[in-house]
Design a protein around this ligand. Structure first.
Ligand code: MSP
Length: 512
């Protein structure tokens, strides 16, 4: 099956921060899991480069908007490469072929009678690029997200007839699984219940945008253009550009992962636009929470922004991935706490999992000629660790279906804890000193090594580099992943290399 998933297309008003890295690495974990499950994955990320916010930022930097966008979006691409993000596409909304897709899409919507002229009056947040529905009574209210003053707008522009889609959208958001988690679905339900209002899709006097064909002086509202980036991303630049072709290239998306602040755009406006253009709807929109740092909102003025590149350089990708995916329930807000981060990585990855592998390989090498010991009849699927592994796999896959990274990580960790416990109970170091216990020890070590191999396989989407380092020390036959997850894959008699640490302990001096 083709599994298309997307991150939001990030604004290039600034460099990436931990929030953008969070969404991207969560999507990367999903993309890796789906690939391992045998799907053909199209993992899309990219940059959203039009609109007033970008135009103003470029002006302030003394650059042309295009030069500014080139610079920042190159930074994003480099960052994701450094993090070894496995995206298949990187779309920029200033890509020339994107403009043609926007034009085609607009003509369909217009031909369908869903474009009309209207007057838009209201308070606008440039940082959100959004009109705010209910600003407080104050003369110049501020944005609840950005805490910046809103700007009063009064202009005549083009509107999309969102109100015509009230019933269809109501039906859609009732569809089980369309919006997750459930709390976010209720939020959208309340919004829709107030009655959908047409929204403006063009701006006048804003040159930094895609011109609206047939409407001199208008450029598309940045959100109209940006959402269409998900479609353009599926088409190669040289392809004869027909919107219909997206349906053969992986549309509809199985999943849009976004932050909770942009849920309405994805769960209401976007489906209505697609309905109007006669294109299929995405299967699922997942709205995750916001990250804070040591209990405080991250912001430049507070001087507490976490730079993903610094984080990567000082801690490594796997440590950060593990912490964010294992500790923060996906969907809820989360707090980045440095001490907790260090403690979790050291205890879960370096101690529980790393030491398990290290000490077991060391014992097998010492007592069994540096090779995987033969378990005899004793380490079949009835072995307590085989049973634990089976349970872990079941919980793990179920967790992925819900995008519950935390439960998936806990399932793997649980297996490693069970293997450590088993080793301690059986105490092979004592048995080896007793007569007639060699076969028993061989069987125990085989079972523990096999559990460690499964742990390594299950870690692949979560902490891919660590998983590779573990598997390089555990000889298994090459086979598709789902077969690798079956108990008994470790090759008896195969040489075991000198154990090498799979995760160094994090020792951070000073704040990140
Ligand atoms: N350009 C739009 C998206 C268009 S999609 C067709 C946009 N860009 S953004 O760069 O401002 O935000 C990108 C994502 O980062 C959003 O999903 C937003 O929720 C997320 N985050 C911004 N700050 C965040 C945190 N502090 N924590 C977690 N995610 C946060 O919106």
């Amino acid at each position: 099956m083709t599994y298309t998933l997307t991150t939001p297309l990030y604004y290039v008003n600034d460099r990436a921060h931990l929030g953008s890295a969070y969404t991207t690495l969560a999507c990367d974990a999903i993309a890796r899991y789906r690939r391992l499950m045998g799907d053909t994955v199209v993992f899309i990320t990219g940059c959203d480069e039009h609109g007033q916010k970008i135009q103003r930022t470029a002006e302030a930097a003394g650059l042309s908007p295009q030069a500014h966008c080139d610079l920042v979006s190159a930074g994003y691409q480099q960052l994701w490469q450094n993090w070894q993000i496995s995206n298949d596409r990187f779309i920029r909304t200033t890509d020339p072929h994107h403009r043609r897709i926007v034009e085609q899409f607009f003509s369909r919507v217009e031909a369908n009678g869903d474009i009309c002229e209207g007057r838009q009056q209201g308070w606008y947040c440039v940082a959100c690029e959004e009109f705010k529905d209910d600003p407080a009574e104050a003369k110049q209210p501020s944005c609840p997200i950005h805490h910046k003053p809103l700007e009063w707008r009064d202009e005549v522009n083009l509107f999309f007839r969102l109100s015509a889609y009230q019933q269809q959208i109501e039906q859609l958001i009732r569809r089980p699984g369309f919006i997750a988690p459930e709390s976010r679905r209720r939020e959208v339900e309340n919004f829709v219940a107030q009655g959908l209002r047409d929204f403006s899709i063009s701006r006048v006097n804003l040159p930094w945008g895609v011109p609206v064909p047939g409407h001199e002086g208008h450029t598309f509202y940045v959100w109209f253009d940006a959402l269409l980036g998900y479609l353009t991303a599926l088409l190669s630049p040289d392809e004869t550009l027909d919107l219909e072709a997206v349906c053969q290239r992986g549309w509809p998306a199985q999943l849009h992962v976004i932050g909770k602040d942009i849920l309405r755009f994805h769960a209401v406006y976007w489906p209505a636009m697609l309905l109007s253009a006669g294109l299929p709807l995405p299967e699922r929109v997942f709205g995750h929470g916001f990250l804070t740092r040591e209990g405080q909102k991250m912001g430049k003025s507070l001087g507490n922004v976490l730079d993903p590149q610094v984080l990567l350089d000082r801690c490594g990708a796997d440590a950060v991935r593990w912490y964010l995916l294992r500790d923060i329930p996906f969907g809820d807000d989360g707090d980045f706490q440095q001490q907790r981060f260090v403690d979790l990585v050291n205890s879960d990855l370096a101690n529980t999992i790393g030491n398990l592998l290290n000490r077991t390989i060391a014992m097998a090498r010492r007592w069994f000629d540096a090779a995987v010991p033969s378990p005899g009849e004793g380490a079949g699927t009835g072995h307590p660790l085989a049973v634990a592994a089976d349970e872990a796999c079941r919980d793990y896959h179920a967790a992925w279906q819900r995008l519950d990274f935390r439960a998936a990580a806990e399932a793997v960790l649980g297996l490693a804890i069970a293997a450590n416990g088993y080793l301690n109970d059986q105490a092979p170091w004592s048995r080896m000193k007793q007569d007639g216990q060699r076969e028993h020890v061989a069987c125990d070590l085989y079972a523990v090594l096999e559990a460690a191999r499964l742990v390594a396989q299950l870690l692949a989407p979560l902490v891919p580099q660590m998983s590779d380092r573990m598997l390089a020390q555990l000889p298994g036959a090459s086979a598709p992943w789902l077969e690798q997850l079956r108990w008994g894959g470790l090759v008896v008699g195969a040489p075991l290399p000198e154990p090498a640490p799979v995760m160094g302990r994090l020792e951070l001096e000073g704040p990140l």
